[in-house]
Design a protein around this ligand. Sequence first.
Ligand code: CU
Length: 135
Amino acid sequence: MLKRSIRRAALAAFVACKLVVAAPPALAAVRDYEFLLLQTEFRAGDDVVIKVGLIDKRAGTPVSDAVIFARRIDMAPDGMPTMDAPLQVLPPEEPGVYRFATALLMDGGWELSLAAKVQGEEGTVTAKLLITAVP
Ligand SMILES: [Cu+2]
């Protein structure tokens, strides 16, 4: 059930992204792209929405056509790499900003790991982003 809704959300995100495709300039490489947290500190709870921007560093422009194909959030920064949390892709609300619903039930350090494909680019854009959940 959850798997189906995640799949549906991912598909919706993908379809929505297709509406705002910005073709990357030629000769780009995955190192030219970077994921950035819009917010790094969240109140611990089961209704956390994490927003991550993807930018083309050469121009500082948002990249809205990436396909996030791997994602995980766990407490590796606090020595609990096996303590993970559900992570669901939400449909985007603005170009180049990817949204994830999660439940950070323990306060402390969390690491959001992402892997994505950018349209027209070889290779994979990866990121490990640090998040703090506060009581
Ligand atoms: Cu923990």
